[in-house]
Design a protein around this ligand. Structure first.
Ligand code: GLC
Ligand code: MG
Length: 684
């Protein structure tokens, strides 16, 4: 007893457990314990050598002392399950960690907002007028945000609304940190941005680095030779009759204008009211970067970089070579008569853009706040110049440069022509980059006017079923067309410069057609800044919302489908067919049996036979036709009929992928495959 309850070197007071009602002794223990109740609470008597027996006969209970528990725990029937459980937990935890790492490593990047939604361009003068002055404004845009939710569009690019004398309708900026009163106030801007973010919409602004307005205070100070600002613009010695060289403006005539005050000429790639900034001056670069930060701080989601190829020009100011060396140099007055070796795409340009990209990345770190950059550069057939704006595998630049090739559809309106234009981008785009498609903007005639309205639906189907981001210029979703503007009505300065050559951009800038009401619901004013298209009574948002076969309803259906169907937004594209009328391609993704065949007719009624494509099943299901009367029509692959301007979206199921068996016909930008068992996408 003197040993008490000493076991395995540790001691305890039995009283601690006896008071516990869960404690019971068996008969033997009862013998060992002294007879009276009081003793039981303080001591337990037992003969030496019997202590182990005593313990093993105590039944386990909650709150048992450690020493007692330890006795049980060494027994095999407790120890074994415990050890099994322990190792099972370790193994499961490790397996979970390994699985998580594997899934993360296997997963392709999530699509960002600028990839998963079309980009919609608003020309703010023409979208919606809220203050009845006949000119659209920011509050007008705010009123119409539901339109984007209806269209399932998340990314909105608004052409410039900075303070401006409006010589080039806002592309001539007087103050990069202010809103023009015509469009509203800074408060209106803040309200618009907040409302857009509330609705999950992203705002892309125009950033216009190449030039300012001649009313910008920097230019006034520069013209007067102010020490700090004198080199903010590009000045050269000249006189009133002789320009420094033969360089011409994009808008026509010499790109030099003489300033009496400074007795020098300044350089302008566009209007004389748009002097070019001197980006070789580090102060100018710093100023423009700070402006970028100003809007990023406000929460702007992206920038469309305006006219970037013009940002730098050669310092030596040598004459540019003539396209026709025999031409009399004095007659050269348009940009198409010179090779722009010294005024566009100069060395250093991409460093500037990459530095801005870096600035934007600083603001992209917050989750869900990626800041997007798109570059505007018309390089025509020099595709390699355009592709440079994608950056390199090591240095990021724009997310994409605008792809303007489909704007040439009017002169390539055949199946083969359409495929050729698509291929111009796909075949030249750097590996792993994201494509995009544009058919119209505020600078180019509306596509439905140049190809004919009968093709607008098939063109929208092309845009929304190709891989990459489609861009939609306001009104394209309802098939708006150019207006006629007489010579006396011309508003666009470019058009005024050259009224006979159809240079005016007014026809594609007419007010948005919302309804069949007065001014088509665009404005309550007596007069709108440009006339409405006469067909607005039938071609308008309100009417088309009610008609399931309208351009608008089909646009919406395609936009929803593009997001919902994995092969359409993540799959690759393979060319299947092209002839004088039809262009057909498929969208499929490895691992998923569901795929889509897109058959687009850009010519006359046609029937194509795709029997030779063994990867296609005999019969396909018609998911959508731009001609409503064909809905539900069964489609046999040996006889796929399309009418002029018709587009078909056919769904099919197959285990045989077309790619990689025909890799030369297929394009994969960000390769992702589908794993049905886990219902996940993975890199492949
Ligand atoms: C861009 C704009 C165009 C403008 C020009 C000068 O090309 O799209 O509208 O006139 O830059 O800023
Ligand atoms: Mg207004």
């Amino acid at each position: 007893l003197s040993k008490g309850f000493r076991t395995n070197g540790s001691s305890m007071e039995l009283g601690e457990c006896i008071q516990n009602t869960g404690f019971h002794e068996d008969d033997e223990t009862e013998d060992a314990v002294g007879g009276d109740e009081e003793n039981r609470t303080s001591t337990v008597k037992m003969s030496p050598g019997r202590e182990e027996d005593t313990y093993t006969q105590i039944k386990p209970y909650a709150g048992m002392p450690k020493e007692v528990l330890l006795l049980y725990s060494v027994q095999a029937r407790y120890r074994l399950p415990r050890e099994i459980l322990f190792w099972l937990t370790i193994v499961c935890t490790l397996a979970l960690v390994a699985l998580t790492i594997t899934v993360i490593v296997m997963s392709p990047r999530c699509l960002s907002w600028w990839q998963s939604s079309p980009v919609y361009q608003i020309y703010p003068r023409s979208f919606k007028d809220s203050d009845s002055d006949g000119i659209g404004d920011l509050k007008g845009i705010l009123d119409k945000l539901d339109h984007f939710q209806y269209l399932n569009i998340k990314a909105i690019w608004i052409s410039p609304f900075y303070k401006s004398p409006m010589k080039d309708f806002g592309y001539d900026v007087e103050d990069f940190r202010d809103i023009d009163p015509l469009f509203g106030s800074m408060q209106d801007f803040d309200d618009l941005l907040a409302a857009m973010h509330d609705k999950g919409l992203k705002l892309i602004m125009d950033f216009i680095p190449n030039h300012t307005s001649d009313t910008h205070q920097w230019f006034n100070l520069s013209s007067s030779g102010h020490a700090q600002y004198k080199d903010y613009y590009i000045w050269a010695n000249c006189n009133t009759t002789h320009a420094p060289n033969n360089w011409v403006s994009v808008f026509g005539n010499s790109s030099w204008t003489y300033v009496e005050e400074r007795q020098q000429c300044y350089y302008h790639q566009f209007l004389k009211e748009q002097p070019d900034l001197n980006f070789r001056n580090p102060h100018v670069r710093r100023e423009m970067t700070e402006i970028l930060r100003f809007w990023l701080e406000k929460g702007v989601d992206g920038f469309r970089m305006d006219a970037v190829k013009h940002i730098l020009e050669a310092k030596h100011l040598r004459d540019e070579p003539q396209v026709d060396p025999q031409q009399d140099p004095d007659t050269i007055d348009t940009e198409f008569e010179l090779h722009h070796d010294y005024t566009t795409t100069q060395l250093g340009l991409h460093d500037i853009l990459q530095a801005w990209r870096g600035e934007m990345d600083v603001y992209s770190r917050e989750p869900g706040r990626y800041r997007f950059m798109v570059a505007e550069s018309y390089d025509y057939e020099e595709t390699d110049k355009t592709m440079m704006y994608y950056g390199t595998p090591y240095v990021k630049e724009s997310d994409f440069p605008f792809n303007f090739y489909l704007m040439d559809l009017p002169t390539n309106l055949t199946g083969t022509g359409a495929q050729g234009l698509v291929n111009l981008w796909m075949a030249n785009m750097p590996v792993g980059k994201w494509p995009n498609w544009v058919v119209g903007n505020h600078d180019k005639p509306r596509i439905s006017s140049s190809v004919g309205q009968e093709y607008i639906k098939v063109i929208n189907m092309l845009l929304l079923t190709l891989p990459g981001t489609p861009t939609t210029y306001y009104g394209e979703e309802i098939g708006m067309m150019n207006i006629n503007v007489t010579i006396d009505e011309i508003q666009d300065p470019f058009g005024k410069f050259n009224p006979v050559s159809n240079a005016s951009r007014d026809p594609q800038r007419s007010p948005m057609q919302w309804s069949d009401g007065p001014n088509s619901g665009f404005s309550d004013a007596n007069h709108t800044w440009l006339p409405l298209h006469p067909h607005h009574t039938t071609v308008n948002v309100e009417a088309q919302q009610k008609d399931s076969g309208s351009v608008l309803s089909q646009y919406r259906a395609l936009s929803l489908l593009r997001q919902a169907q994995l092969p359409l937004h993540r799959g690759w594209m393979c060319y299947i067919w092209s002839d004088a009328d039809v262009f057909a391609f498929l969208r499929e993704i490895d691992g998923l049996d569901k795929a889509f065949l897109v058959v687009l007719n850009f010519g006359a009624d046609s029937v194509i036979n795709l029997s030779a494509i063994t990867e296609l099943p005999e019969q396909l299901t018609l998911h959508m036709s731009t001609k409503q009367e064909n809905y539900g029509m069964p489609v046999i692959k040996s006889s796929i009929a399309t009418a002029r301007g018709e587009g078909l979206l056919l769904e099919y199921s197959t285990h045989m992928r077309f790619n990689p068996g025909h890799a030369s016909q297929c394009f994969v930008s960000e390769k992702a495959c589908y794993l049905g068992v886990l219902d996940i996408l993975y890199k492949c």
